[in-house]
Design a protein. Structure first.
Length: 223
């Protein structure tokens, strides 16, 4: 089980021309690095794909937390696990066979995650049984960093926590979007235990110090 909050800073608002150097800034303090893969089809933005992530995994000791905002994850997601990603998350809205895909990701060596957009309920995740290792609740519309946190998603975080607690395995609840010093305590209080912060970390003067600050805020949040 997770012992305390896990921090997974997103590189979406880092300097992508210096990706290894940017990741190195938080490698000693963050638990994972959140890598947003966008295909300009599922979301209206284009970032990077498997070759970049393979190179980052090979050149860094930090665990890769891959968030696939792409069409046809049934075809592509297991490849990210096979490349050495620690966690691979796909969107429920894009998958044809989400339960089978979770199993394929696990079989390829990664934890399986399922994400939902703000307009998608988490109730369907109950039907996936024990196949899911992490539920990602998007607290902004996926596609771009720097957006404002959607406070009405906190009820969905609570629902996700309830689903996770009913499962037999170690199911994590992740939040992504607008997470920073002003919002992370509410997310933790609602039941999240994995936190994706992009702008708050990489646009700060000291990314490593900000990661520790966010962790402390989440740790001290009232249940």
């Amino acid at each position: 089980m997770v012992d305390g909050p896990l921090m997974s800073p997103s590189v979406l608002n880092a300097d992508l021309s210096r990706l290894h150097a940017e990741v190195a800034k938080i490698s000693g303090v963050a638990d994972m690095i959140h890598l947003d893969v966008m295909d300009n089809h599922f979301v209206p933005n284009l970032t990077f794909g498997l070759p970049v992530i393979e190179a980052l995994i090979q050149g860094s000791s930090i665990r890769a937390d891959c968030h696939l905002m792409i069409d046809d994850p049934d075809r592509w997601a297991p490849g990210y696990a096979a490349a050495g990603a620690y966690s691979v998350t796909f969107h429920l809205e894009a998958a044809r066979e989400p339960q089978a895909l979770c199993t394929a990701i696990r079989d390829a060596g990664a934890r399986s995650g399922v994400a939902v957009k703000p307009g998608t309920g988490v109730e369907a995740l109950d039907r996936l049984g024990e196949a899911v290792d992490m539920i990602l609740v998007m607290t902004v519309e996926p596609g771009f960093g720097g957006q404002s946190f959607m406070g009405d998603m906190l009820d969905k975080v609570r629902q996700a926590r309830s689903i996770a607690d009913r499962a037999d395995g170690d199911v994590w609840v992740q939040v992504d979007g607008g997470v920073g010093p002003e919002t992370i305590e509410a997310c933790a209080g609602a039941g999240a235990n994995v936190f994706v912060a992009g702008s708050a970390v990489f646009r700060s003067d000291d990314p490593a110090k900000m990661v520790e600050h966010l962790r402390n805020l989440a740790q001290s949040a009232p249940a």
